[in-house]
Design a protein around this ligand. Structure first.
Ligand code: 26V
Length: 823
């Protein structure tokens, strides 16, 4: 992009005076940051226009997701363009520190966690592989709340990420789409054909904002992330009302419309039945498909071939209205018959499921649905009717199957059922999860449509989470095996060559130590707490959920505390337990877990007998940017969900590629991580998914048995309520009750012993530093298959049937292979 520093400096100085009308000395840090972004964006927009032209006759993939957690872009794009050093030096000569500018960028919190971050990793891999793949989502005015810890409690602060503007986005007002809600449907027979007219509806204007997506070594291939914002159609107050003096009504109409893209819903138990959420879902689906159809028509391809040129992927059920909406467009607007429209729709759409947790499966009350989306409801009813009819013919009197697979039942629209029926592919996100989908959650559908089901194990963007986030390790790796791993993560396997090379192992240990120092510095600066970079960093960062079992980890720490109090020698190496993650604002239990962690931290970190051995830290406001600091610094990766409950996990992969060693259950992708590294390089414990599912089906687990039979466990559980936490009173009673009164739904007590045993083994291994770092190396070396490049190649080949315009990502760097061979 810039051939040399001088050209960059000139372009930068010109840009700042052009866009801000100021000289460099007058500019604030924000102005200087913004100028750098605009400079890169300008170049990307140019390349986007070229990409668009040259891919006019390429199959387009659209990834529909309510959430995209893209992280900060500036540093990542500089790394991808391989101009970080040039820009850093150029700016330094202008007396600007690049790091100061990088700090100006917001981390858009447009997602809850794994699902949203996966979508962002997939956008990167599609751009890297040269797939014309674009994101379609919501431009929430407020993202997920910012978490502040006050007196140990989580408090939520609104995430006003747009307050200074977001310089990466490009508003495309001219490409707006009108989305219609409510109203009535008039059916009329026109030349023997039944036509449907939507009348008296409430129109909302969907305005797109585009963010350019580029990846490593492919700067000329720019894809698009399109996020939609809701505005009143007139883009003004309701002037009729206003002129009549009905000021309140004029303003409230505007705010009712703007409410649609006002805020991201946090994952919690209480969102079902919220009309605004359904409005959001239809809004971004209708806007997205409207704009896809508009650009499809410019390509002059026959509508009958739509699914050969367009693939629409739905990320969980949130965008499932794509199915009836595409039917509506094809039938009502394009005049196709039902059967042809249905064929096109099913062949266009593919669906990923991300959870088996029943409370997270979406359902909508029929009345609410019908009133908000009258025409869409009619289409869903017809899909359901035809499906039932077909099923009854094939499965005769298997009424149970027919009942279970209905879309509309018990007065509700079952969104997952609509997704399975209306798409050509249904995938889970890890091998175990897909098996559970086939044989439990969707077992009836698996009998009907076995051919639709397939697995696509998740992956992560190794260029963001290793190359950009961990420069020291990246350099060491490149020095050892060459740079080909950046394009083909499976090349990391060449690191195994250094398994017994003590000087390499030493360097690896040093890199980890330096990364731990950086995290320790952050902890000191942000909360005044000293943590020892020579202690083991044992880390669990992820959303706080009962099934993820942060509680099991806390009970372990309490147990270690009790041990050290009894016998200070019982814990050999000093240990730092690091937690981070947000609880949904309405999820009382999860918030109590955060308070428990902080209360325990307070007790341990102050105790003069213990604080040299054990420390506990809760890192505030865990997000993508903080993750980039944490993963490179971790020794231990805690992946301890109740087996069967975590669909895949992706944090597990981010830790692994940075050399952290996993302690975990056989859940989600942990199973595949174990297969990759071998059981000697991971610490697995606990019930298997099969055992958990059997208990859930047949009963037979009594948590009190565990409690009474294990004295040290009983002590820890009692300490939740017996005054051990001096300030707590009855605060942790809900947790105590969940374990004993409500029989421990997530098998925390059942797995406690096995967890401690695995943890002991892990500590023994850590004590032998050379063995430990060799294990760490094997983890890095085997992490390649967990790159999202691999996931996306599978999606592209097997589901979307689209080509890549990049051919070198499969092939090892031949030059370096030779070099390695002669070493
Ligand atoms: C949402 C809720 C909301 C209600 C309370 C229970 C509950 C449980 C889970 C969820 C998450 C819904 C979807 C989701 O984010 N799934 C995550 O997707 C990741 C990417 O595939 C995957 O790695 C995680 O295992 C999975 O939890």
């Amino acid at each position: 992009m810039f051939d040399d520093k001088e050209k960059f400096k000139l372009a930068y100085l010109t840009k700042i005076s052009e866009t801000e009308g100021i000289t460099l000395d007058e500019g604030s840090l924000w102005d200087k940051y913004k100028t750098l972004v605009l400079l890169l964006k300008e170049n990307m927009s140019f390349n986007r226009a070229l990409t668009k032209k040259s891919t006019m006759y390429t199959k387009q993939v659209y990834y529909f997701s309510m959430e995209f957690l893209i992280g900060r872009l500036l540093h990542y794009y500089l790394v991808n363009m391989e101009i970080e050093e040039l820009v850093r030096e150029g700016l330094a000569e202008l007396h600007i520190n690049l790091d100061d500018l990088l700090q100006q960028e917001v981390d858009p919190g447009l997602g809850n966690g794994g699902l949203g971050r996966l979508a962002a990793c997939f956008l990167d891999s599609m751009a890297f592989l040269g797939i014309s793949g674009h994101g379609n989502g919501m431009r929430y005015k407020y993202g997920l709340f910012e978490q502040k810890i006050r007196n140990g409690f989580q408090t939520e602060v609104a995430d006003n990420w747009l307050k200074n503007g977001y310089p990466w986005e490009i508003p495309r007002t001219e490409k707006s789409i009108v989305v219609k809600f409510k109203g009535t449907i008039r059916a009329e027979s026109v030349q023997d054909k039944l036509m449907f007219y939507h009348e008296h509806y409430e129109p909302v204007l969907a305005v797109p904002y585009d963010i350019p997506i580029m990846s490593y070594d492919n700067p000329s291939n720019i894809n698009n992330l399109r996020l939609w914002s809701a505005e009143p159609v007139a883009n003004e107050l309701d002037f009729d009302s206003f002129n009549r003096g009905e000021f309140d009504q004029a303003v409230s109409l505007r705010s009712e419309v703007e409410a649609i893209s006002y805020i991201l819903y946090p994952d919690d138990n209480g969102r079902s039945g919220k009309e605004l959420r359904l409005k959001q879902e239809y809004f971004f689906v209708a806007a997205g498909l409207g704009s896809i159809m508009r650009s499809f028509k410019k390509r002059n391809i026959s509508l009958g071939d739509f699914s050969k040129w367009v693939a629409v992927h739905i990320n969980d059920t949130h965008p499932v209205l794509c199915i009836p909406e595409l039917m509506r467009i094809l039938i009502d607007e394009e005049g196709l018959g039902w059967d042809q429209a249905w064929n096109i729709t099913v062949n266009t759409i593919s669906f990923t499921n991300h959870t088996i947790m029943p409370e997270a499966l979406e359902k909508w009350p029929v009345d609410l649905f019908k009133n908000l989306l009258p025409r869409i409801y009619m289409i869903v009813e017809e899909i359901d009717r035809r499906f039932k009819e077909r099923l009854a013919r094939r499965f005769l009197d298997d009424w149970e199957l027919i009942h279970n697979t209905q879309i509309i039942k018990d007065g509700q629209v079952q969104m997952a059922n609509l997704a399975v029926i209306g798409s050509s592919s249904v995938n889970g996100v890890a091998a175990l999860h897909t098996e559970i989908l086939k044989h439990q959650v969707f077992k009836d559908y698996y009998r009907v449509f076995s051919y639709k089901f397939n697995n696509k194990t998740n992956g992560i963007n190794h260029r963001r989470f290793l190359l950009a986030a961990n420069p020291a390790l990246s350099e060491l790796i490149t020095e050892a095996i060459g740079p080909a791993w950046k394009k083909n993560a499976e090349e990391l396997e060449n690191l195994l060559f250094y398994k017994d090379n003590s000087s390499f192992i030493e360097k690896l240990a040093k890199v980890k130590y330096l990364n731990k120092c950086q995290l320790a510095k952050h902890v000191k600066e942000s909360q005044g707490l000293e943590i020892d970079p020579l202690s083991i960093f044992d880390v669990q960062v992820k959303r706080i959920h009962a099934y993820k079992r942060q509680l099991l980890n806390i009970l372990k720490v309490m147990h270690l505390y009790n041990q050290v109090k009894n016998d200070p020698q019982s814990v050999r190496d000093p240990q730092t337990f690091i937690f981070g993650g947000k609880a949904a604002p309405g999820y009382h239990y999860a918030k109590t877990i955060i308070k428990l962690i902080n209360t325990l931290a307070n007790k341990i970190n102050k105790d003069p007998e213990v604080k040299q051995k054990l420390k506990v830290v809760f890192l505030e406001n865990f997000n993508v940017s903080l993750g980039e600091l944490i993963y490179p610094a971790a020794d231990i990766s805690e992946q301890i969900s109740t087996a069967s409950k975590e669909a895949s996990g992706t944090g597990n992969m981010k830790f692994m590629v940075n050399g952290a060693v996993t302690i975990g259950t056989l859940d989600g992708a942990n199973v595949e991580i174990k297969e990759a590294v071998g059981e000697e390089n991971i610490f697995i414990f606990g019930l298997t998914a099969e055992e958990v599912l059997r208990y859930s089906r047949e009963g037979g687990y009594k948590s009190l048995d565990q409690y009474y039979s294990n004295q040290s466990l009983r002590l820890c559980v009692d300490q939740l309520v017996n005054g051990f936490f001096e300030t707590a009173g009855e605060e942790f009673r809900v947790i105590f009750d969940s374990l004993l009164l409500y029989n421990d739904d997530y098998f925390v007590l059942k797995d406690f012993n096995a967890y401690l045993e695995a943890y002991q083994k892990l500590q023994d291994s850590y004590a032998q530093q050379d063995i430990w770092h060799r294990t760490s190396l094997v983890n890095i070396a085997k992490a390649g298959i967990f790159s999202s490049d691999r996931s996306i190649k599978e999606y592209a080949n097997q589901i979307w049937k689209t080509n890549f315009r990049r051919f070198d990502s499969h092939f090892p760097d031949k030059r370096f292979k030779n070099k390695l061979g002669t070493k």
